[in-house]
Design a protein around this ligand. Structure first.
Ligand SMILES: [Zn+2]
Length: 131
């Protein structure tokens, strides 16, 4: 799973966008050619240009939609890391976001209830939940 996400790097993402844009511009150019052929009365040529341009438009929009989905999936994957701190004196528990230097069994900040120093009991990652 993770390897798959990494293969779609920024470089391949850029080529993907550029390819889709080239296809889009080519389709617009074909529409223009189709219109000029139509004005000149060359209906079969105009029609074939139109077909190709429509295919190009569909393909490029498919590319861009696929790209959008891929980026959404990538954003969804990023997990949030939490640290659970527990007071051994009064049993107070607190979950906060992970801070650099946190490790399990490290002495953490003072307990807000009894002001004894608390202990980090667990560190865990949780994937962001989106419907
Ligand atoms: Zn306490």
């Amino acid at each position: 799973m993770e390897e798959r996400g990494r293969t779609l790097g920024l470089g391949s993402l850029m080529t993907f966008i550029i390819l889709a844009l080239i296809l889009l511009f080519f389709s617009i150019f074909l529409i223009y050619r189709s219109m000029t052929a139509y004005v000149q009365g060359d209906l079969p040529v105009s029609f074939s240009y139109l077909i190709f341009s429509l295919m190009g438009l569909i393909l490029s929009s498919y590319f861009l939609m696929h790209l959008k989905n891929a980026r959404l999936r990538a954003a969804k994957k990023v997990p949030s890391v939490f640290t659970m701190v527990e007071c051994l004196q009064c049993g107070f528990k607190n979950i906060r976001s992970f801070q650099k230097g946190d490790y399990v069994l490290k002495r953490a900040e003072g307990c807000p209830k009894c002001s004894q120093s608390m202990l980090i009991t667990s560190i865990y990652a949780e994937a962001e939940q989106k419907p």
